[in-house]
Write a protein that binds this ligand. Structure first.
Ligand SMILES: *Cc1c(COP(=O)(O)O)cnc(C)c1O
Length: 347
């Protein structure tokens, strides 16, 4: 086990994934991009429920829930939420009831010409993560928009109270100070695997993953740069979310809030907004597939990979650098986009 950065023994934890996840050198991808040396940190193959970054957070979030006597977990997400699917799988493993409140509404960048209506094709609404949620035994509540999700949550809580069940509600993406501990420990794991990494590239949604790596690297005194590619909002908003979570996690741990001088958020691959992949995203998905046999998704990792490729090709990342691409999972989402996937796979 890597040296703990701070003592986390007072935080109960349940075992959900396989650690450490592999750190793979990607020679053909490196050659194709023609610049920095690329390694991929395989948090997409960490074990439970098709895997993904939410498992690290859930080990702490569900650890606290179980320790507190919870028997029912409620959480939120978009229709194709990977967080919802991993929560469902973890609840199956732990024997907890899982209620997923999923919203169809897609975020939409103001002023863009992208379609504002939520997707309504069968693959998006019923395949991918949604089908797995049901396979893992979760109760799925589909809502049109955020207001309906709030009402639905209230109803589920009231129903649980009537049945004397003990409920814990987890935030979107599992991103709260407790969830941040998942990637705080991942920073120590990665440093142990390769201390010489110059930069970590990853997607950022609800910001818990980036916040965990950031506070972990700071506490370890590890001078690694963290480049987070926003998938859903402006770089300024995503960056503010990282700072807020790092501050809250530092307070929870009783350590000073670190200055995050090495954390950079980019919106270079954001495109029209959440769940809307650009042609560069599909190109990145094909490139990782054809050079390494690694599967990316169109919502998160495809965007982060497009940002990485763009930064490397434009010289923003020096050819001498060693870069870790944090693969955060998301495979089922690819099948939620089946109509595009079928076309784009031929490329
Ligand atoms: C949730 C998710 C992310 C984003 O992680 P955050 O901690 O929410 O920023 C990235 N990639 C995948 C595949 C995800 O499911």
């Amino acid at each position: 086990m890597p040296r703990p950065v701070v003592d986390l023994s007072c935080f109960p934890r349940v075992a959900l994934g396989h650690w450490p996840t592999p750190l793979e050198a990607c020679h053909r991808l490196t050659e194709e991009i023609g610049g920095p040396r690329i390694l991929v940190k395989r948090d997409d193959i960490n074990g439970l429920g098709v895997g993904g970054n939410k498992l690290r957070k859930l080990e702490f979030l569900l650890g606290a829930a179980v320790a507190g006597g919870a028997d029912t977990i409620i959480t939120f997400g978009g229709l194709q939420s990977n967080h919802g699917r991993q929560t469902a799988a973890a609840c199956a493993r732990l024997g907890l009831r899982c209620e997923l409140v999923l919203t169809k509404q897609v975020t939409h960048i103001a002023g863009s010409s992208a379609p504002a209506a939520p997707r309504s094709d069968e693959a998006y609404e019923r395949s991918g993560n949604v089908a797995l949620d049901l396979l893992y035994g979760a109760r799925v509540h589909v809502c049109e928009r955020d207001e309906e999700a709030i009402t639905t949550h209230r109803q589920i809580v009231a129903e649980a109270a009537k049945e004397d069940r003990r409920v814990v509600t987890l935030p979107v993406g599992g991103s709260n100070p407790l969830g941040v501990l998942g990637y705080l420990t991942a920073a120590a794991e990665l440093k142990e695997q390769n201390e010489g990494v110059d930069r970590i590239v990853l997607p950022i949604g609800s910001a818990g993953t980036a916040a965990g790596l950031a506070i972990g690297a700071a506490l370890l005194d590890w001078p690694v740069r963290i480049d987070a590619a926003s998938v859903s909002e402006s770089a300024a908003d995503a960056s503010a979310a990282v700072h807020k979570l790092v501050g809250e996690a530092a307070t929870m741990l009783g350590v000073p809030t670190p200055a995050l001088t090495r954390v950079h958020v980019t919106e270079r691959a954001l495109g029209f907004g959440y769940g809307l992949p650009s042609p560069a995203v599909w190109e990145a998905i094909r490139l990782f597939g054809r050079t390494e046999g690694i599967t990316l998704d169109p919502v998160y990792t495809g965007k982060a990979a497009a940002a990485l490729i763009d930064a490397a090709r434009s010289g923003d990342i020096a050819a001498t650098e060693t870069v870790v691409f944090l693969h955060t999972g998301g495979l089922p989402g690819l099948f939620g986009y089946a109509p595009e996937l079928i076309k784009e796979a031929e490329g």
